[in-house]
Design a protein around this ligand. Structure first.
Ligand SMILES: [Zn+2]
Length: 352
């Protein structure tokens, strides 16, 4: 992604507000969801994360191996898997890219979309892993899927939402090869947003014209896994969801579910979510995979810390900078967020 104050601010006029009810789960259900955390799966050397923590520059065989790993994960879960393959011109010639789109139940018309990019930055001078950028975010998404999958099955008493499902997008080609710019960055997101804009979708239960209309909100995770992260509230249209995240963090803290993470000064951080950031409602300041969707009217929740981690785009962005407690906390926060958004209850009331 790119820090830039130069993007214009005209995007906001076309953003529709999502209006829906959002039911908070009782504390007993929160505690149950938290039990799905398997620290081994979320550890940097663990079975889920380790295959992601490798160089995976777009167009390389290592990138394809990571792609196959992600695809296999979702095929094993029985989700619908789709590859959006294309070639594009880069400063180093034509390259092949492939976005991965996985959907829990593609027959449902509306989607909570969670996304991260799986490519890593090209760096000729040293091995760049991109643990925060964005191996750990990809792993957190895969973990949300594997921990909620049983509850999401059709006909499940846990999941009564008939028209809404969860979709995940693993973007390729987020990183610039040479210098961040309109034609050298977010290759995958640019391709997919344009493709979906020109798609035609009809559904008996929802009026919509294309696949972008199926996206109730695009939640983009980036640069996650280091301590002291502070997330600004970038968009008015999704501010209510930002405050839901603050509420989830508070409720999980009150249940002593979140692990303690110390700040650089040794104090316990109260919140990862900062509603008083100077970047409040200034989503245009940071370019990332969400931009081609934002400009086409999709609601965006951008989960990227500001300031960026100190290891951003340098050799320190590897497994050593990742804090296990932070990863576990983020995993349970976003797992709870997805469950509440989808009206998924691990302990449903039988009388309903
Ligand atoms: Zn990056």
């Amino acid at each position: 992604m790119k820090w830039s104050m130069l993007l214009n601010r005209l995007f906001f006029c076309c953003i529709p507000l999502i209006v829906q009810c959002y039911k908070e789960l009782p504390n007993e259900s929160l505690r149950h969801l938290a039990k799905f955390t398997d620290p081994e799966r979320l550890a940097v050397n663990g079975t889920l994360m380790k295959p992601l923590l490798v160089e995976r520059v777009s167009g390389t065989s290592a990138n394809i191996r990571v792609r196959e790993y992600i695809v296999q994960h979702f095929e094993d879960l029985g989700w619908h898997v789709e590859l959006d393959e294309f070639t594009d011109a880069t400063p180093f010639g034509e390259k092949q890219f492939a976005n991965i789109i996985v959907t829990q139940n593609p027959d449902k018309p509306s989607r909570l979309v969670l996304a991260a990019h799986y490519d890593s930055m090209y760096q000729p001078d040293f091995e760049f892993i991109g643990a925060t950028d964005s191996a750990i975010p990809c792993g957190i998404l895969m973990n949300i899927a594997e921990t909620l999958d049983d509850l999401l099955s059709d006909g499940s008493i846990h999941y009564r939402q008939k028209d809404k499902t969860v979709q995940m997008i693993f973007f390729d080609g987020e990183e610039a090869f040479q210098q961040w710019g309109p034609t050298d960055s977010i290759y995958g997101a640019r391709h997919l947003a344009e493709k979906w804009e020109s798609s035609i979708v009809t559904h008996p239960k929802k009026v919509m014209k294309n696949r972008l209309d199926q996206m109730e909100v695009l939640v983009l995770l980036d640069l996650l896994g280091t301590p002291n992260a502070q997330f600004p509230n970038f968009y008015r249209s999704t501010s209510w969801l930002f405050y839901k995240l603050i509420g989830i963090e508070n409720r999980l803290n009150n249940q002593s579910i979140l692990k303690t993470v110390s700040s650089k000064t040794g104090e316990r951080l109260i919140s990862m979510f900062n509603p008083n950031s100077f970047l409040t409602f200034m989503g245009e300041a940071i370019g990332d995979d969400h931009v081609p969707f934002l400009t086409r009217g999709v609601n965006i929740l951008h989960m990227i810390p500001h300031p960026f981690p100190s290891v951003w785009h340098n050799r320190g962005d590897n497994a050593d900078c990742i804090d296990q407690a932070v990863v576990e906390n983020l995993a349970v926060i976003f797992r709870t967020f997805a469950a509440e958004y989808l009206e998924l209850d691990p302990l449903p009331h039988n009388e309903l």
